[in-house]
Design a protein around this ligand. Structure first.
Ligand SMILES: [Zn+2]
Length: 60
């Protein structure tokens, strides 16, 4: 991950971006794909399979 473009914005507005994440099918748990090593992870909370989705997440 690069922080070269991390200059602070004048208004400190939160930055949102669409990222690919793993979303649990049974609960609200999700994890960014870049932090998941498994090909198909299971939810750490309820141990259900997770599915890949695109989620708008807050970056700052
Ligand atoms: Zn779950």
């Amino acid at each position: 991950m690069s922080f070269l473009n991390s200059k602070k914005l004048p208004h400190e507005e939160p930055v949102y971006e669409n990222r690919e994440v793993w979303q649990c099918k049974s609960c609200t748990c999700w994890a960014q794909k870049e932090y998941v090593l498994e090909d198909v992870p299971t939810c750490p909370l309820c141990h259900e399979p997770m599915e890949p989705i695109t989620k708008l997440i807050r970056l700052s």
